[in-house]
Design a protein around this ligand. Structure first.
Ligand code: FAD
Ligand code: UDP
Length: 366
């Protein structure tokens, strides 16, 4: 056997597994059908020298010390707390909704106590909470739902809030203080030299061979290896035998604005109810870089294209379960990652899942 492991996909899931298994003395062939490592977290310099994220903005945040310490072996960090404004009418106000949002939108001077009372009056209590509509109405009521969530969600998913599982909107909290950070995790940093450099360091091991522009279909019979770790879409692995698992895609419109020091005041501005794109991100906020011009990206959600988001709703979860039963029964393939596990995972969750998977595979001697 030429390799102990074939790992399909060089995103965080595949890269963490490759690094862990190589370090344990195993040989790994890591492939990706794209021409680069890093999966969706890949970053690169655009033609103007600005570090951009070709697959949309990636901000690292976690409460998991273990994940942070693991990555810290391969990168230094830049402290960065992401802030997002939403365009509502003529104003740009903080999202997640907080005290400032309420005061600006409604021309009020609430303090924390009166903001709690305001939301208590506005909210529509729901029990049980099953859908994303339940989540939003239960916490902020109809007006704020329409201003921030209904239109954005329709654009992002092509679905109503009521058609999505609760976990989607539950990603966005509601606050009655003036904390305007998008995330409140205890660890919020960007890799100092970018994600791709981080991936390069993780994969810099003599036991790891990397082949890019290679599809699993074209190599699975052509090479000899022991165990497979598959991080692509699980339905594709099984040739869609139960039908296609829906994934939402995006089209990214990257723009460079020459001679512009700053395009917008914060990293991301969301557009819930105007434009075909959901949000604009200006990379210089995330990376801290200074250039003569600035680079931004607009995200246009689409039904077709590369699979970026699993779509959390009950019938999709039921279809995934059918694939997952097959996956769990495999003794020579392990499925890990956002596409293989059909979970709306952030990067830190994928890294934790991959650390666990590599550990189990190794312990089982697979
Ligand atoms: P991926 O990164 O998708 O890697 C899978 C790889 O497998 C891909 O490179 C693909 O080309 C390859 N592959 C698939 N099929 C095959 C095949 N048949 N043969 C060969 N190769 C194959 N997370 C955060 O924590 N913070 C953020 O700010 C954040 N922002 C995001 C913004 C956007 C627009 C998106 C889409 C995601 C964002 N995420 C964010 C989530 C983050 O991208 C994922 O959690 C993480 O990158 C998933 O890693 P992965 O290895 O599971 O999958
Ligand atoms: N959301 C919204 N309005 C916003 C921000 C988020 O309606 O201004 C909803 C929307 O359904 C979105 C989900 O909350 O898909 C999760 O948002 P998040 O910013 O976490 O999405 P991601 O960064 O993963 O695309």
């Amino acid at each position: 056997m030429k390799y102990d492991y074939l790992i399909v996909g060089a995103g965080f899931a595949g890269t963490v597994c490759a690094q862990q298994l190589a370090e344990a003395g195993k040989t790994v062939l890591l492939i990706d059908k794209r021409p680069h490592i890093g999966g969706n977290a890949y970053d690169k310099r655009d033609e103007h020298g600005v570090l951009i994220h070709p697959y949309g903005p990636h901000i690292f945040h976690t409460n998991a010390k273990r994940v942070f310490e693991y990555l810290s072996r391969f990168t230094n960090w830049r402290f960065y707390e992401h802030r997002v404004l939403a365009q509502v009418g003529e104003q740009q106000v903080p999202i997640p909704i907080n005290l400032t949002t309420l005061n600006k939108l409604y021309g009020l001077e609430l303090d924390e106590v009166s903001a709690i009372a305001f939301l208590e009056k506005a909210r529509e209590p729901r029990d049980p909470i099953k859908t994303s509509e339940d989540v939003v109405l239960n916490s902020v009521g109809r007006d704020l739902c329409d201003k921030f969530f209904a239109g954005y969600t329709r654009k992002q998913w092509g679905l109503e809030l009521s058609e999505l599982s609760a976990g989607v909107a539950a990603r966005i909290p509601t606050r009655t203080n003036d904390d305007d950070r998008y995330f409140t995790d205890s660890l919020q940093f960007m890799p100092a030299e970018g994600y791709t450099r981080l991936f390069e360091r993780m994969l810099d091991h003599p036991n790891i061979e990397i082949r890019l522009d290679v599809d699993y279909e074209d190599i699975k019979l052509a090479e000899t290896y022991g165990h497979t770790i598959y991080t692509g879409p699980v339905d594709a692995y099984y040739d869609y035998r139960f039908g296609k698992l829906p994934y939402r895609s995006l089209r990214f419109e990257h723009l460079h604005l020459p001679n512009t020091a700053q395009y917008q005041n914060v990293g991301t501005v969301n557009y819930p109810n105007v434009h075909d794109y959901t949000r604009i991100t200006e990379f210089a906020h995330l990376t801290g870089e200074k250039h003569n011009g600035t680079s931004i990206v607009r995200e246009y959600p689409t039904a077709d294209g590369d699979p970026y988001y699993p779509i959390p709703r009950p019938d999709n979860e039921a279809l995934f379960k059918r694939y997952d039963e097959l996956a769990q029964a495999e003794s020579s393939t392990t499925f890990v990652g956002r596409l293989a596990q059909y979970r709306y995972y952030n990067m830190d969750q994928v890294i934790a899942a991959a650390l666990n998977a590599a550990h189990h595979i190794y312990l089982q001697g697979a």
